[in-house]
Design a protein around this ligand. Structure first.
Ligand SMILES: [Zn+2]
Length: 143
């Protein structure tokens, strides 16, 4: 596991360095649960944080999103949160909104919105929790 983690982290850092803030990929690991997290920003929405917590009834995925240049034209987005096994198979998927939506704009404060979604089972060790910005209305999500 350690070797894979190191490679994954390096790859994520390269992606961060190579991408402009508009659209980026970030990859980190949550060693406590043996899970990785991945965040895909799009459409002027940046996934700022992906936090994992084990609860009495499964896994809680939460975090925050912020707005980037380009957000103003398309304020309706939601997040697709997926559990991806080490084999690449998608084990679970949930679409969720963030609040407040649209993300507030403040010239003084770096405002952000929050999201949280629960999965009924703790994913197997080595799984990836992937949070992707889906630039459409939640009600229009076909996933
Ligand atoms: Zn979606």
């Amino acid at each position: 596991m350690k070797t894979t983690n190191i490679l994954g982290t390096s790859f994520g850092l390269v992606l961060i360095a190579a991408s402009i803030a508009m659209t980026g990929c970030a990859s980190t690991q949550s060693s406590a649960l043996g899970l990785h997290t991945k965040a895909h920003s799009a459409g002027g929405v940046q996934v700022q944080a992906v936090q994992l917590a084990k609860t009495s009834d499964g896994l809680l995925v939460s975090g925050s999103v912020g707005r980037l240049v380009g957000y103003g034209n398309s304020p309706y987005h939601h997040l697709d949160v997926e559990i991806v096994a080490a084999s690449g198979a998608v084990l679970a998927h949930k679409a969720t909104s963030f609040s407040p939506n649209p993300i507030r704009h403040s010239p003084r404060v770096r405002s952000h919105s929050k999201y949280a979604v629960k999965f009924p089972e703790l994913p197997p060790t080595g799984s990836v929790v992937r949070v992707t910005v889906h630039p459409t209305l939640l009600s229009a999500c076909q996933n």
